[in-house]
Design a protein around this ligand. Structure first.
Ligand SMILES: C/C=C/C(=O)SCCNC(=O)CCNC(=O)[C@H](O)C(C)(C)COP(=O)(O)OP(=O)(O)OC[C@H]1O[C@@H](n2cnc3c(N)ncnc32)[C@H](O)[C@@H]1OP(=O)(O)O
Length: 262
């Protein structure tokens, strides 16, 4: 049984990692089929105790994703625009809240909603030569899939303004320098690098990882005193899980832990 409800989103499970490939012939654009499918897929993965990480990449060599299918905006229909904005929001917020670790293997152009998908992931690995942009204003639109919010948080307001307000494209080296991606690898190597990183997640307690992700995300929006209090509470909560005892005892017994995700 396929975990995906759309042919435009291929899924393959490799160990503890779900490999998601955006596969919409042309430019791997997002549309009214693939966005709800992504949201459903992440919800399904959240219920799969054996899945600790996901890797997202684009089919082919040229595009990670060129963003929204611009054909959908040709009529200037506000209702259709709202539908798309809601689909984007629901899909990428669900992706950002994925219980495990998400890694974007940016193997080609990441434009508009394509870059917004990558930014909704926890970590981005880009290939030399790829270009990234939020060029929505060039076509009279604005990034409505988290771009104005996530880019500024990742790279600061100055670079977010250069990229969004000036329509500047960044290459992989610049993206690394400004903090838009965490690693740059040779052409054709992003998937291997992303899967290798995802493999490392498999060595960590999934419950502890989920709590840490919640704390890191919360740190953006709450007072540090509240964040520190939540950190203590979630630390104590781990002691109600089997994996906490398994992790510490495996270390003391010099063996690999067997995570049960509970
Ligand atoms: C909330 C989200 C909003 C959004 O995401 S709005 C969309 C934001 N994205 C963009 O504006 C990117 C648009 N695409 C481009 O600017 C260019 O592509 C690239 C610079 C990425 C690559 O340029 P090049 O190498 O010349 O390729 P090519 O011939 O333009 O693209 C191959 C085929 O893909 C189609 N395509 C590319 N992007 C989109 C798109 N976003 N929506 C619909 N079609 C797209 C083209 O038209 C063409 O098609 P054919 O082969 O039939 O001529």
């Amino acid at each position: 049984m396929s975990l995906s409800t759309s042919d435009k989103l291929k899924v393959e499970v490799r160990g503890h990692t779900a490999l998601i490939t955006i596969d919409n012939p042309g430019a791997n654009t997002w549309d009214t089929e693939s966005l709800p499918a992504l949201r459903e897929l992440i919800n399904t993965l959240n219920g799969e105790p054996e899945i600790f990480a996901l890797v997202m990449t684009g089919a082919g060599e040229k595009f990670f994703s060129a963003g929204a299918d611009l054909k959908l905006f040709a009529d200037g229909d506000p209702e259709q625009a709202r539908t798309m904005a809601v689909y984007f929001g629901e899909a990428f917020e669900t992706l950002a809240d994925f219980r495990g670790v998400s890694i974007a293997a940016v193997n080609g152009f990441a434009m508009g909603g394509g870059l917004e998908a990558a930014m909704a992931c926890d970590i981005r690995i880009a290939e030399e030569g790829v270009q990234m942009a939020l060029p929505e204003a060039k076509v009279g639109l604005l990034p409505c899939a988290g771009g104005t919010q996530r880019l500024a948080r990742l790279v600061g307001e100055g670079w977010a303004k250069r990229i969004i307000l000036c329509g500047e494209r960044v290459d992989a080296a610049t993206a690394l320098r400004i903090g838009l991606v965490e690693e740059v690898v040779a052409k054709g190597e992003s998937l291997t690098a992303a899967l290798a990183l995802a493999e490392k997640v498999g060595g960590q307690s999934p419950g502890a990882v989920a709590s840490c992700k919640r704390l890191i995300h919360g740190a953006r929006d709450i007072e540090i005193s509240s964040g520190l209090a939540l950190e203590r509470d979630l630390f104590v909560d781990l002691f109600s899980t089997e994996d906490q005892r398994e992790g510490v005892n495996a270390f003391l017994e010099k063996r690999k832990p067997q995570w049960k995700n509970r």
